[in-house]
Ligand binder design. Structure first.
Ligand code: NAP
Length: 243
């Protein structure tokens, strides 16, 4: 059995990933920040699927909280095989309107948060000489999105981080890969109107937006033996919107 920690596992893509991991028989620690009720009901669902599961609160942009979280998870599970750095926030505005607080929040969660989670689990994974890390970028991290300059910058950083880390820890038996989804049907896109979503679907070669379960299967592939010779790669479940 594999054991995973999903940072930002309470909703959307992270929650779908927890269910996909449980379907494969893997134990899951579901990290949440604000969505306590959702995280606990997800954990009940995972336990109902017959796997060990627990919920753990931490703001990933808080280094100390992340270290406490990792220590707690390592104390509860017999091992930790997989880290998914999924926690993320978006903020849409003109770059000239992006004040320091909003800019710092995006980098604090999307970049610092990923880095703290990685730093938290790495000594353990290096000690075991095995492990699998999946980071979460976006198509905007690959090609940049207008009115999402700060978000795109954080997601571009995730890709650079992933590639460098894959080189650094490959010799320790640890694989690091990145997922860069297109437009996915989650609360993150809640501000988009039906018209916006229809326009995005029309622009997408596959003619629709994606479902969180489709991203979850990509993450599970990267976390499984099926991708045993992949590291430092970016996989993009985006329906062909960015090729
Ligand atoms: P979502 O539905 O808004 O869920 C975001 C998740 O991140 C929640 O579980 C949330 O936890 C967690 N989170 C946010 N801030 C956190 C913090 N400070 N500490 C810990 N957890 C935190 O978004 P989603 O669409 O599933 O997005 C998941 C990831 O995919 C993000 O990294 C996002 O940038 C990326 N992505 C999404 C899309 C898309 O179209 N949806 C496309 C490309 C990439 P709480 O609710 O508990 O606070």
């Amino acid at each position: 059995m594999k054991y995973a920690l999903i940072a930002g596992g309470s909703r959307g893509i992270g929650a779908a990933t927890a269910v996909e991991f449980a379907r494969r028989g893997w134990g899951v620690a579901v990290n949440y920040h604000r969505s306590q009720r959702e995280a606990h009901s997800l954990v009940e669902q995972l336990r109902g699927m017959g796997v060990p599961a627990l919920a753990v609160q931490a703001d990933v942009s808080d280094r100390g909280a992340v270290m406490d979280m990792v220590e707690y998870v390592l104390g509860q599970f017999p091992q930790l095989d997989i880290l998914v750095c999924n926690a993320g926030v978006a903020d849409v505005d003109l770059v000239t309107h992006m004040d320091e607080t909003r800019w710092r929040r995006l980098f604090g969660v999307n970049v610092d948060g990923m880095h703290y989670c990685v730093q938290g689990v790495l000594p353990y994974m290096i000690g075991r000489k095995q492990g699998c890390i999946v980071t979460m970028s976006s198509m905007w991290g690959q090609v940049g999105g207008s009115c999402e300059v700060a978000y795109s910058a954080t997601k571009g950083a995730v890709i650079g981080y992933t590639k460098a880390l894959a080189k650094e820890v490959g010799p320790s038996g640890i694989r690091v890969n990145c997922v860069a989804p297109g437009v996915i049907d989650t609360e993150m896109n809640g501000a988009l109107t039906g018209e916006d979503l229809a326009a995005l679907a029309e622009e997408t070669p596959l003619g629709r937006i994606g479902q969180p379960e489709e991203v979850a299967r990509t993450i599970a592939f990267l976390a499984s033996e099926a991708s045993s010779f992949l590291t430092g790669q970016v996989l993009a479940p985006n329906g062909g919107l960015v090729i």
